[in-house]
Design a protein. Sequence first.
Length: 309
Amino acid sequence: MNEKRKIEPEVDFNDMLKNPHRLFGLFYILVFLVILAGGIYYVKHLDQIAFNRGGYTVPDIDLSEFKKIERKKGGVKPAIDIASIKNSSKEDIAKGKELFVKNCSACHGTEGKGDGPAGAALNPKPRNFTKLENWTNGPDIFNMYKTLQEGVPGTGMTAYEFLPPSDRISIIHFIRTLADYPEITDEQIKKLDEKYQLSKGVIEPNTVPLPIAMKKISEEESLVLKKKDELVDKVQNDNSNEAMLLKKVANNLNNVIYLFASHKLNNDYENFVRKVASDPVTYGFNSSILRLNEENLKALYDYLSKLAG
Ligand code: HEC
């Protein structure tokens, strides 16, 4: 019974290196562990993940027109002859086309097909004026004017209320040549005039040149940033229930307080709830804020509003 028994280790690494396919078993476990770790990380950080973080696209628009804006006292814009709205002249359409190319074609395309370069990244896409289906406001004169006065909130279509009303009407007349648009009725003209006071003239805001406006904005901005820093310190040192709650649901306290210090979120509670619920991360919160009950949410809002003054 002196048979020598060679004791072999259960896992012979040298042998494995010589026959790498035997490593597969270990490799399999490694892959599994990496996936598991990734999964755990993801679930743990769900609160910080935005639902609709699409990123904002700023269309590349020619600013030279804005740079030409001079300091101008506001006043009443000349009234327009509302009878002329119904009958567009050739000159009027030509003027509208010129204005369209200058102001709108970057997004809507020179032929109005909604295919301008600055519109490519927008969602929703700029309207194609050769089609009359599925418009948000509508392709009748009243709604087109409304679109230019107010923009379409939440889309790349901003308001063009700075264009004189007569220019806006000319642009609309040009757009109307691109398809078979609904007839302009007396009723719509009446509605348009009642709502926007076209025959009385329109009050125009004061304008200032771009460099002055930017200087003013940056002065205001640096004040807001200073205030924000002070308020963040204050919250950091505050141990009240509301402050603790805020620190718990804030993903980025600086963001939250900046938005309140610049009065972007503290105008009305409903608005605050709507915005934060739609995309907490953008507003500096993590999604655990969605699990607060009404009472705590209101307390949080009141605390922040009071803080920002
Ligand atoms: C920065 C890009 C951009 C520019 C510049 C722009 N638009 Fe738009 N426009 C849009 C987008 C995006 C929409 C689609 C909005 C929607 O889906 O409701 C739109 C929609 C419209 C609509 C249709 C609204 C509806 O009822 O659906 C009209 C009318 C319009 N634009 C007119 C103009 C005119 C006139 C100009 C120039 C004075 C202009 N737009 C400049 C992006 C732009």
